[in-house]
Design a protein around this ligand. Structure first.
Ligand SMILES: NC(=O)C1=CN([C@@H]2O[C@H](COP(=O)(O)OP(=O)(O)OC[C@H]3O[C@@H](n4cnc5c(N)ncnc54)[C@H](OP(=O)(O)O)[C@@H]3O)[C@@H](O)[C@H]2O)C=CC1
Ligand SMILES: O=C(O)C1=N[C@H](C(=O)O)C[C@H](O)C1
Length: 276
């Protein structure tokens, strides 16, 4: 069977960057099974062994497309790019998308502050969604954290623990950092003034008002996040655990649909899911 790649006027034509990556494959599967999107192009780096192969061959379901490396040619065929790659790759792709007015859903994590500022500038030229976690469950968890952080402003020490697979290259995860930002903001503060990313040796007592981060890496853990509010005589733990990447892909497709009516501006999953 030839998969869902035939063009239709109402369906969003989607290009996927990092097509042979963990999320790239998940996204391709989700698009091929979607009635709202068609797979318009699949991208990988020029030196990737995947170039020239069918992006859905791994599903045993040919798409009729070939993975390519020319971002400009790929985006000429698309309404929206979904990018889960690395910060440097996303920045390169975004420059071209902004020039061509192609919308972008960015799932990549690990951006520097300078890169985030550059993304905000590109958002003046095209519409984009940037979120470190596209899953509905994680974004609802962020809202729960906002509420908890307001109610537990004093008397509770906050620690964020995240666990991911052994191939993950950035730490703490983008989601853990976002959790820290949401909590700090709900408490009228800035994460940069409170974050403690490392502890080793004779650290002294816990710094008052700090938000601590701990990172676990191993095996095939998809993504676990726990925020601990540790008080005196009690503690509250708010956890989210992903057992599949499908939720990230489904959230990304919702973001594509959300952007369909937009021409410029930066949005996140709170906008897409109407959680703001
Ligand atoms: N927002 C969310 O919901 C989620 C975000 N993520 C984030 O998405 C990103 C990708 O994760 P994952 O799929 O696991 O990673 P993978 O390493 O499995 O896939 C990354 C893909 O991007 C390609 N790539 C790497 N560097 C570049 C570059 N400079 N230019 C173009 N393409 C590049 C890789 O190609 P090659 O193999 O040749 O290097 C590969 O195809 C990470 O930042 C991760 O944190 C992940 C899951 C959910
Ligand atoms: O690299 C991953 O796998 C994931 N990365 C994102 C992050 O850094 O928060 C989202 C999810 O946790 C999976």
């Amino acid at each position: 069977m030839t998969a869902n790649t035939a063009s239709s006027s109402v369906r969003q034509r989607v290009a996927v960057a990092g097509a042979s990556g963990r999320m790239g494959r998940m996204l391709i599967e989700a698009i091929l099974n979607s009635s709202d999107c068609v797979l318009a192009a699949a991208l990988d780096r020029a030196d990737s062994p995947s170039i020239g192969t069918d992006p859905s061959a791994f599903l045993g379901q040919p798409s009729g497309l070939k993975i390519e490396s020319d971002i400009r040619a790929a985006l000429a065929k698309a309404d929206c790019l979904i990018d889960f790659t690395r910060p440097e790759g996303t920045m390169e792709h975004l420059a071209v998308a902004a020039e061509l007015g192609v919308k972008v859903v960015i799932g990549t994590t690990g951006f520097s502050e300078a890169q985030k500022a550059q993304i905000a500038e590109y958002a003046q030229k095209t519409a984009l969604v940037l979120a470190p976690n596209m899953s509905v469950g994680v974004n609802v968890t962020l809202k729960l954290l906002e509420m908890a952080a307001k109610a537990l402003r004093t008397g509770y020490d906050i620690e964020i623990v995240e666990a991911h697979h052994k191939h993950k290259v950035d730490a703490p995860s983008g989601t853990a950092l976002k959790m820290g930002e949401v909590i700090a903001e709900a408490q009228g503060t800035k994460l940069a003034d409170r974050a403690v990313y490392e502890r080793f040796g004779h650290t002294g007592e816990r710094k008052e008002d700090s938000i601590g981060f701990a990172t676990v890496r191993g095996g095939d853990i998809v993504g676990d996040h726990t925020v601990l509010f540790a008080g005196t005589g009690e503690r509250i733990e708010i956890s989210h655990k992903s057992s599949s990447r499908a939720g990230y892909a489904q959230g990304s497709l919702r973001a594509v649909g959300y952007l369909a009516g937009k021409t410029a501006g930066q949005f996140d999953m709170f906008d897409v899911l109407n959680l703001r």
